[in-house]
Write a protein that binds this ligand. Structure first.
Ligand code: NAD
Length: 312
């Protein structure tokens, strides 16, 4: 029987992932941990600062943890406010997780990467799995380093560590945590409340995104795949959909014809401009049969449906 530790469980992805893992493995088999308790939580929650290796090791021992999902990180936009602290938190937590997994015989580890590993030298369209990685954010630098550490632990110690380069994740269940793609969640909240939206990116900034259902399914499918099929031990490119602020505005206008977006690009525009516009995820499709299910119109319908219920 597996016992699963989720670190960073109160964040945008963790809140939703924990529920899926609880459904799959049972309430008593999933330990949610974070600096802060999630809202309206049921199940096992442990307060944890993952920069503290001894606290993490004690938790893994106490619950005899067999799998770790490590989601704690400072994200791209927030990270730029304090680069050194971002590097320290992102690297220390990742290394603590890899080390505790190695020393305590944790059988599987998931540490997500990001499209932020790519920089200006990577082809912007259909960005390939293997290409030059020259990120312009400290967040991206920390993700490239974490990918290399994961690969190192796999090759050197045989650790079964798996990873995805998530695009911007769009969800109705939870709020994003300070990334460059956050606008694509905020825009739906404004629209269903009958308000116009001011976008911090310009109208034709195309970025790779993914709907939360697809992101969770990709994560679970990757983790369930036979180890021999996982041929990428840095992190897999993962594609959902790609769109611009103008295109998501048009998709929303099909439901709310009077909805308008104004554009006031800020420092996040420069980050977005350094990232891919579309992603080639052929390796994920070949190795563990990844296929996304949500396009822009299906995602928009779901987001508006769920958020309308929420704001009723
Ligand atoms: P988030 O910011 O919403 O959540 C991160 C959580 O980590 C927060 O609840 C925070 O309290 C917690 N945390 C921070 N420092 C911690 C520490 N020292 N110890 C324990 N917990 C700590 O992030 P998210 O959007 O849920 O992202 C999860 C992972 O997915 C991250 O690794 C992120 O880089 C990656 N990712 C996310 C996206 C996205 O669009 N959401 C895109 C690409 C990659």
């Amino acid at each position: 029987m597996d016992t699963i530790l989720v670190i960073g469980a109160s964040g945008q992805i963790g809140t939703v992932l924990v529920q899926h893992l609880q459904n799959q493995y049972g309430l008593n088999r999933v330990i949610a941990s974070d600096l802060r308790m999630p809202q309206a939580f049921s199940g096992i929650f442990e307060s944890l600062d993952a920069t503290k290796a001894d606290e993490l090791a004690a938790l893994v021992r106490r619950y005899r943890v067999t799998q770790i999902y490590h989601l704690a990180a400072i994200l791209s936009a927030n990270g730029e406010a304090n680069p050194i602290r971002t590097w320290e938190i992102n690297m220390q937590t990742a290394l603590n997780v890899l080390e505790v997994a190695r020393t305590q015989n944790v059988s599987k580890v998931f540490i997500p990467s990001s499209i932020a590993v790519f920089g200006p030298s990577a082809p912007a369209f259909d960005t390939p799995q293997q290409t030059q990685l020259d990120p312009t954010t400290v967040y991206g630098i920390s993700k490239v380093a974490a990918e290399n550490w994961m690969h190192y632990y796999h090759v050197k110690y045989g650790l079964d560590v798996r990873s995805l380069r998530y695009p911007g994740v769009i969800s109705y269940q939870s709020q994003p945590g300070g990334g460059t793609t956050d606008y694509a969640v905020a825009i739906y909240h404004q629209a269903v409340q009958g308000q116009d939206f001011t976008c911090f990116l310009s109208e034709n900034t195309r970025l790779p995104m993914i709907y939360m259902d697809d992101a969770i399914r990709a994560t679970l499918e990757l983790m369930e795949a036979e180890s021999s099929r996982i041929r990428v031990r840095t992190a897999y490119n993962l594609a959902g959909l790609s769109f611009t602020p103008a295109e998501i505005t048009a998709a929303i206008q099909k439901f709310f014809p009077n909805f308008r977006t104004q554009y006031a690009p800020d420092f996040r525009q420069q980050i977005a401009d350094s990232w891919p516009k579309t992603i080639d995820d052929q390796a994920a499709r070949n190795d563990w049969e990844w296929a996304p299910a949500f396009d822009l119109s299906r995602m928009t319908e779901e987001m508006i449906h769920h958020l309308s219920e929420y704001y009723q």
